[in-house]
Write a protein that binds this ligand. Structure first.
Ligand SMILES: *Cc1c(COP(=O)(O)O)cnc(C)c1O
Length: 362
């Protein structure tokens, strides 16, 4: 079966010597290697400061704290995402306020955000779903107009671009996950890209019990709620090695995605995603809309290809559905949306096979 997702681990000869070195170095906790990983990741992103963490969920949690979201506040979010996006909102005691998606992309719509924004709104979370960049311009405008900070959950969108610049450069907070199946994996891990230097320094305290690592334990005086969210030298070693090949790896997703965009045009029963102007997806999954989705999935499965909607609409989770909302665009989008594989393991022959299958109908 051609899998929809797959873990990418560097070759043994490259990974093992460096892993062995760090494991027996006597220093496996957060140290110099973590620092190196952060500076390299910053270089890759091309803007902001990297706070490395032990998960993307930790990054969401810290972003919400730094955005000033407190118990009883509201955060505008999308129901079309992985659960951590919205579970994190509950971690700070806030309520999830759904905004509908843009029917063309499945991403949260700037217009829909404006409709539900109110005096309790303390942050907006936007998700580059499946690697498709959000409407950066439209969302920036809403954020400025109402003075509400935006957290970009780019867990699916490492290397995606707007105006030639990568995710991580456009909003005050951008969340990455280095969990097993993301573009870049450190086995588990995450990062929060923060544009403001002072908030970055505060983020470091929150990452580690509220303690300042620059001071001795005796000099420290905790003044803020912190957590144990830091990355360690072992995961950071894997991350550093992954970064060495990340451009080539992401390019494989992009090449496949662009090829499918080109070849799947004009097929009856298929509607392609329309990307926003000046955006470049990093195609974590290839997303399309099809008639009779269940039949489509079945036909692909019968020919050894995994197609799936992958995520459950988050508003179907009672705990997350604080304000049940009518989301007509999401209803329409979700009914027809399906993902097919397009990652680094998918060959040109695999793409051609999928294209032929889809062209033959289902
Ligand atoms: C994977 C993922 C996360 C959470 O990342 P973890 O590292 O697993 O905590 C958050 N948001 C989205 C959209 C994700 O896909």
């Amino acid at each position: 079966m051609l899998s929809l997702i797959k873990t990418s681990i560097p070759p043994k000869e490259v990974l093992m010597p460096r892993l062995e070195q760090v494991l027996y170095s006597g220093y496996v906790a957060q140290g110099e290697v973590v620092e190196q990983f952060e500076r390299k990741f910053e270089e890759f992103i091309g803007g902001g400061h990297t706070l490395s963490l032990n998960s993307g969920t930790a990054a969401l949690h810290i972003a919400l704290i730094l955005a000033g979201v407190k118990e009883g506040d509201e955060v505008i979010s999308t129901a079309l995402t992985a659960e951590p996006t919205n579970v994190a909102i509950k971690m700070v005691g806030a309520k999830v306020r759904w905004a509908d998606v843009d029917i063309k992309t499945g991403n949260i719509s700037a217009k829909a955000i404006e409709k539900v924004i109110n005096s309790k709104t303390k942050a907006i979370i936007v998700v580059d779903y499946a690697g498709i960049p959000v409407d950066v311009k439209g969302i920036q405008e809403i954020s400025e107009k109402y003075n509400v900070p935006v957290i970009e959950d780019a867990a699916h969108a490492l290397g995606a671009k707007y105006n030639g610049r990568k995710t991580g450069c456009h909003f005050p907070f951008t969340v990455y996950s280095f969990q097993a199946i993301k573009h870049l994996t450190t086995v588990d891990g995450g990062a929060l890209q923060i544009l403001d230097r002072d908030l970055y320094e505060k983020g470091k305290l929150i990452r580690w019990f509220g303690l300042d690592k620059k001071l001795t334990r005796m000099e420290n005086n905790i003044s803020i709620q912190g957590y144990k969210y830091h990355m360690n030298n072992v995961n950071a070693t894997i991350g550093l090695i992954q970064l060495e090949g990340i451009d080539e790896l992401i390019q494989k997703y992009i090449d496949n995605g662009k090829y499918l965009d080109e070849q799947l045009k004009g097929i009856p029963g298929v509607e392609l995603i329309e990307y926003y102007e000046n955006t470049e997806p990093s195609y974590w999954l290839y997303t399309l809309k099809v008639d009779h989705r269940e039949k489509f999935i079945e036909k692909m499965a019968n020919h050894g290809i995994m197609a799936s909607e992958l995520h459950k609409r988050n508003d179907l989770h009672t705990f997350l559905n604080d304000f049940p909302a009518h989301l007509p665009n999401l209803d329409l989008f979700y009914d027809r949306m399906v993902h097919i594989p397009c990652g680094w393991w998918v060959t040109k022959e695999d793409c051609d096979k999928m294209i032929t299958l889809i062209k033959s109908g289902w």
